[in-house]
Design a protein. Sequence first.
Length: 126
Amino acid sequence: MFCRFQIRSTEIQRITRVSDTNCIWELRMDRNSFAMLCELLKTRCGLLDDGNVTIEEQVATFVNILAHHTKNTSIQVRFYRPGETINRYVDRVLRTLLHLEDVLFVKPTPVPDDCTDSKWRWFKVV
């Protein structure tokens, strides 16, 4: 049991705390952005450690799956977690991110009719 915990914490430390290069390679964001995302999910949406999986591991698992289009089985091997646990925490992080829709996602603005940019003329609704 202790060996699994040590492997998990070492993997999270390697991904998120060793260097920006490694964090960008693994999560497609630097360490500062990752820390801000974890803090935002914790303070604004109430994402919590549950005693078994830390917030950093939950978010790193979620972002790693998105960043690399990784299958659940690959994450199971990497973090020594059962598939159901990974699914549960990915779902939890996704739900908390959706609560931050107004903060994280930019609302699109329509292109005005009198726009002079030539690239938009092909998209004009007739």
